[in-house]
Structures are given as C-alpha cells and as structure tokens.
Design a protein around this ligand. Structure first.
Ligand SMILES: Cc1cc2nc3c(=O)[nH]c(=O)nc-3n(C[C@H](O)[C@H](O)[C@H](O)COP(=O)(O)O)c2cc1C
Length: 347
C-alpha cells in the first residue's frame, strides 16, 4: 500500500480540478524534503538519446498537467526523465468554463475540455528562468490562443518558439487538442506544410542568432485515418521535424458512452485510449522506420502498457491519466520493469 492509494479516495471526493491543485501544491512541499523516487539515481541502461538530447530515462510527464511550469522542481523529484510543460499560448486565457474535467473511474479514464487555460508564455518563461541546473530534459508544448484567427495561427507558434527557445531543450507543436476550435485542422495538407515551413525558417534564424538549434516535436491526434496518418508522417519527415508525439486525447467516446460523464464533450484519455494510441504508434513506426523518433502517450496505466508502447516502436513514453489513477508510484514501477527488461530498447 503506498501513500497515494491511501490519499486517492479522499482526493477523488473533491472536484477533479481542486484535487489537481491540492496534489501539486502538496508535491511542491514534499519535494523540498528531497527526491521522492528511490530509482531516481542514474541507471546507464535507462539512458537514451532522442532528438540529439540525452534523456536520463525514457519516462516523461505529458503536457497539460503543469501548464504554466509552476511545479517543475516537485515533478522532477518524482524521477521523470523528461517533463513537458504547457500547453502555453502567447497571451493568458481562462479556458472553458468549469466543470471541464471529469473522472470516469469505472474505465480508468478522464474527459477534459480545459481549452488551454494558461497564464501565457511570459509567465512560463519567468518560471523557467528561475530553474537551476537540471538533471532532466525539459520540453515546452506550444499552442494558439482561442481568439487568434485561424489564418494567423502560425504566428502564435512562432511567438512561442522564439520566447522559449533558449530555455527549453525541445518544443512540441500541439496540433491535436480537441478543445480549441480549428486546431486539429492544422494537422493536414497545405496548413501543415505551411506551418512546418514557417517554423523551420524561424528555427534557422534563431539558430543563427543564438547558436542553438532547438528540436521540434509535433503532437498528433489519435483520430486519424491511415491515409491522413501516412500523409502527415511524410510531411513531418520532409520538414525535418525531430519527433512525433502520439497521441493526444480521443474524441471517440464509444468505450465510455454508457458510464457517468461518458457523454461529456471533450477529449478522452486513460485506459480506453490505450490500444488506439498504441495502434497509431505501430502504424507510424511502420511508415517511418527510424526516420523520426516516436514519443508514445495514451493510456499507460501499468508497466506492461509501457512495454507495449516500446514494442510498437516508441523511443520515449509520457504519462498523464495513469498518474491520476495510480499515483507517482507508476513512474517507479515502469522504471523498475524497464531495468529488468534491459531498458527501453525492447524491440
Ligand atoms: C486534464 C488534461 C489536460 C490536458 N492538457 C493538455 C495540453 O494542454 N496539451 C497537450 O498537448 N495535451 C494535453 N493533454 C493530453 C495529454 O498530454 C495526453 O496526450 C493524453 O491525456 C493521453 O495520455 P494519457 O492517457 O496518459 O492521459 C491533457 C490531458 C488531460 C487529461
């Protein structure tokens, strides 16, 4: 019995967002006492190089849990090899009205329609500037403001890239959250081509100015046809992207339709997303081989889910909903299992 399994019934009595803030604030306090994961020391067999960056272990925090970068030291104490903060937009915005986050415990799932509630990129930048030396990789996930017109969406990503490029190890271009109208349209055809070209131009200019080329990952939706996925994969390679994150939440609620909250609007995450998301990783790996590293995310609730993602072709994994249901012990459990199975190189 670990501490989180004792606390979880109490937390689950609270509204999900209140529980979220309470947990992160308590974590910040606990982390001041020292590392919280006994496996946090370096294990060479867990180290892995992806996007030209050295990851101390392949288990990361997915975007959305620490949107503003307010809790990075606390989260780092849990032993993540990498932490992705955001989604952050150029200007602060409140997100959708509450309630906007729902637990579906019978299915080990969540539905959210947060809508990129965040304090804006300048707040995040101020937090990143305060960080001392780091032993983990830091990613920043970028999005567009809801009220930015669709034909100016690219500018929002360029602004984000410029503001964080010296502070982040990599950035993620989030084209797949279902709660910002029009965002997922940027994943296809000419819109994707133009966005990636402009990002590359900007990245080259920033590299010339600062002497640092920042790796870019693109985060995709699980709700794509095989044709759309193939077209997208080719586009990412053509534009020399550094990784693809598969996947964000799904709009397919079939698995939870009969359960309380199953009909809420928003993206579904957790166990019902697992196989769909792993299927996308497998398809991407078939399409891309080793041309583009895959970061797998979606429905990882135990060590065998994590191993399945690596077997499907992932190089790194990210967790979100699993942490809500299983607590931070999940990170240690996955790391221990990877150590037993010879690291992340399970293929
Ligand atoms: C409450 C909540 C908020 C999220 N916010 C973001 C976000 O801001 N940006 C993003 O790229 N993904 C966001 N996600 C998606 C997660 O990063 C992840 O891709 C998805 O939940 C699937 O992983 P999981 O099944 O392990 O949760 C959010 C997920 C949840 C549950």
């Amino acid at each position: 019995m670990n501490l989180y399994s004792l606390l979880r019934p109490l937390l689950f009595r609270l509204d999900p967002e209140t529980a979220h803030h309470l947990t992160l604030t308590s974590l910040d306090l606990l982390a001041k006492l020292g590392p919280l994961n006994p496996l946090r020391q370096r294990f060479p067999s867990l180290e892995t190089e992806v996007m030209g960056l050295r990851f101390p272990n392949p288990v990361g925090l997915a975007a959305g849990l620490d949107k503003n970068g307010d809790h990075i030291p606390g989260l780092a104490a849990l032993g993540f090899g990498f932490i992705e903060v955001g989604t952050v937009t150029p200007r602060p915005q409140p997100g959708n009205p509450r309630p906007r986050l729902f637990r579906i415990p019978q299915a080990q799932a969540l539905i959210n329609r947060m809508g990129f509630n965040n304090l804006g990129v300048d707040h995040l930048v101020a937090n990143l500037e305060k960080l001392g030396p780091r032993s983990f990789i830091l990613g920043v996930n970028l999005g567009k403001n809801k009220d930015t017109p669709q034909d100016q969406a690219v500018e929002d990503y360029l602004t984000g890239l410029e503001k964080v490029c010296l502070l982040a190890d990599y950035v993620t271009i989030n084209l797949s959250s279902p709660n910002t109208p029009g965002l997922r349209d940027l994943q296809h055809g000419q819109a994707l081509d133009t966005l990636l070209s402009r990002l590359n131009e900007k990245r080259a200019r920033l590299a010339e100015k600062h002497g640092k080329r920042i790796p870019i990952a693109v985060k995709i939706a699980p709700d794509l046809t095989p044709e759309q996925l193939s077209e997208q994969a080719q586009c990412l390679v053509r534009h020399a992207m550094d990784a693809v994150i598969a996947t964000n939440t799904t709009l397919d609620h079939t698995a939870v339709a009969s359960l309380p909250h199953g009909g809420e609007n928003g993206g579904l995450s957790g166990a019902p997303l697992r196989d769909k998301s792993t299927g996308i990783v497998r398809q991407l790996h078939r399409l891309l081989g080793n041309d583009l590293p895959i970061i797998a995310c979606g429905g990882i609730l135990d060590a065998s889910d994590a191993l399945d993602k690596f077997k499907a072709g992932a190089r790194l994994i990210q967790l979100y909903t699993g942490l809500i249901y299983r607590g931070p012990k999940l990170i240690e459990t996955i790391m221990a299992s990877l150590l037993r199975s010879g690291g992340a190189r399970t293929r």
